[in-house]
Design a protein around this ligand. Sequence first.
Ligand SMILES: *Cc1c(COP(=O)(O)O)cnc(C)c1O
Length: 496
Amino acid sequence: MYFIGTRGKERVKGAEAIVKGIAEDGGLFVPESFPAVSFEELGNMLGMDYPERVAYLLAKFFDEYDREELTSALREGFSRFETEDPVPLVRMDEGLYLLELFHGPTCSEKDLGFAALPYLLEKGRGLSGIEEKLLLPVATSGDTGKAALESFKDADWARLAVFFPEEGVSKMQKFWLCTQEGENLDVVAVRGSFDDCQFGVKRMMGSEKCKKALLRKGYVFSSVNSMNIARTVASSAAFFSAYCDLVSSEQISMGEKVDFAVAAGNFGDALACDYAARMGLPVGKIVCGSNRNGSLSDFFKTGNLDTKRQLFRTMSPALDLSSPSDLERLLFEVSGRDAALTEERMDALSATGKLSVRAEERKALSERYFAGSVSEDDTVECMYEFFMEYGYPTDTQTGVAMSVTERYLKKQEDDHAEARPVVVLCTASPYKYPQDVLYALTGNDVKDSFKGVKRIHLLTAMKVPEPIKAVRYKPIRFKASVSPDKMFDAVVKFLG
Ligand SMILES: *Cc1c(COP(=O)(O)O)cnc(C)c1O
């Protein structure tokens, strides 16, 4: 299968799309067409375990890779998860399910996409005849960076430079990033927002000067951020898998529509769900939760994305951004795959910080999406009530998703709409945000993250993940911070 850039100038095979990460013109790679997954195939997937389900879907897109090899790479990746099923579906109530995506080595949903990524990149390098080593600049609001560091540490064909917003991650996340072990990696705080980090990464990847400087040292850029199409496809597997589990456990019958709710940051998970629907998964609505940084929910409401707004620091750092990267792929689809128009819109976004879609496009989007933005107070209250009702502590991002889901369900009821089962993605362990979670559940503040962990454990009896226990006594290795315009200088220094 071939992949094309959203801005129209490129067409490459899957391995090349994976290794390049981003198209030459700054666009994102998307599949030339969506492979279909029939109900019969879905039926076959019921009998597969998770690694097989992911391999099955990846193989539909990336047909140069050997399926057996891919499956064993995924098996190995998922063997590092704490649960036998990497993505358990938990029934909370009639028609309400949680899809737990936090059982991986770094306790967030990002681990799912990273299970096979080292294999896909290393093999893809060979398949596309690239001899240079890969330099992976990673922008993170906390979770992607840690997942990337753990899955690529000590690979001798790649080096990672992880950039996180100095003030924009939880204390636990920062501690976790800065104590990372491994010789092929660097972790740098950026004096700016996550948008600055992401923009900085895209800018260096698009700069001829930076590319040349890397080449002189024997490296080419690649990316493991959600701009990498392999991550989108791998994420879509979680939705297929949840659907299969609902059918297997006779909660629904094959073909029945299911709604999915996600906390939307860079829009990666929501887009993966959209892709699953385009492949034929019976998806009803995609519910997208934003915190008070609601540029995305405003976009769905008005058709205008406005990124020139004040960015607030919240309890849900994965959602603290105003320019969601994967929205470009949605814009491409909703425009009827009009690359020229997509490019025009992305140019407008970089020139003015704004872009707009037409009224009929906005209407088409509203048939698939329900988006909302919630305040910090709403989120805290929702997390508290959810815990009181079900004894289940969620992380703060999932609190946002849940809060918007409640709003959605209320609207469905008011509209006398047909009720569909809802699956809410539980995207991180509450222990990654111990202070805010403890505050939501008890109203108490603690200064020390590990004290927060202990108290949440005493209160909820939820198991503390091993990696959280292990990090406590590790020394801080990375202390550097740079301004956003000096990110590439940090890379050069790191490469030596
Ligand atoms: C990354 C992340 C999200 C948001 O996912 P996107 O794909 O960026 O929209 C939500 N919750 C957590 C905990 C995350 O790490």
